[in-house]
Design a protein around this ligand. Sequence first.
Ligand code: PEP
Length: 246
Amino acid sequence: MSKRIIIANWKMNPETKEEAHDRAKLISQASDGLSKTEVVLCPPFPFIETVSQFKSFTLGAQDLSSEVEGAFTGEVSAYELLDMGVKVVLVGHSERRARGDSDDIVAKKLLIAIKSSLRPVLCVGESVRDEAGEYFSFIIKQLEGALDKIPKKNLGKLMIAYEPVWAIGESPTGPATPAQCYEMSVYIRRVLSKMIGTEQAISLSILYGGSVDKKNAQFFLSDGGVQGLLIGRESLTKSFLDLLKQ
Ligand code: PEP
C-alpha cells in the first residue's frame, strides 16, 4: 500500500531564513521514521535551499514557470527547481489561479512538470457550492483543461488535490465535511477514469485541502476517500507536528 501524503504549503511565510530553518528542522524531526506517511514541505522559493538540508521530508515547491527557460523575469523553472532538489510541485493552486493562472497556463505548467519528472499536484476546486450541483461541471472543466493534452502514459506521478476555494484560509464557511470530500473524491476518480483509464485513475493519490487542522485531519483520511492532505496555515504551527504523528 502506498504511503499517505501530507503536504505543507507555507505560502508566503515565514519572513526570515532563520525562521524557515527552525520550522523545517522541527518538521524534519517529526517526520523522521514515519513509516506510513510521506511528508512534503513546500517553502517559498527563497527558502528552498535552507530547507533542502533536512532529509526526513520530501522537498516541494509552490509553483513553477509555464516556460522552460529564457527571458521570463521573476519566473522559476522546473529545471531550476530540480537542481535545488525539489521533487514535488503544486500546479494550479487557487491562489495562483486568482493571480492569473488560466486553465491554459495550468496545463502548460503541468506538462513541463511532468516532462521534467517533477511529481505534480494538480489543485482543483470550486469557489462556491450551488444547490443545482454546477460545481461538479466546474471540476470537470478544470480537470479536462489541465489534462487533455497530456499523454496518458506520462501521468504515473500525478496527484490531484481537491481544494474547495470556499474552505481555504480564513473563510467563515470553514472546512468541507469528510462526507463532501468523499463524494468529490469518488466523482474526481470517476471523471479521471473516463479521461485516463480506470487503472491509472485508481492508482493515483487524491488529497484534500482547506482548513485542515490537527483535530479534523484524521476524519478526512479515514472517511474522506483521500490518500493525503494539503495543509496551509496549520503547517506553520506547532500542532502540525502532532498532526504528523497521528
Ligand atoms: C492551501 O494553501 O492549500 C490551504 C489548504 O490552506 P489552509 O489549510 O490554510 O486552508
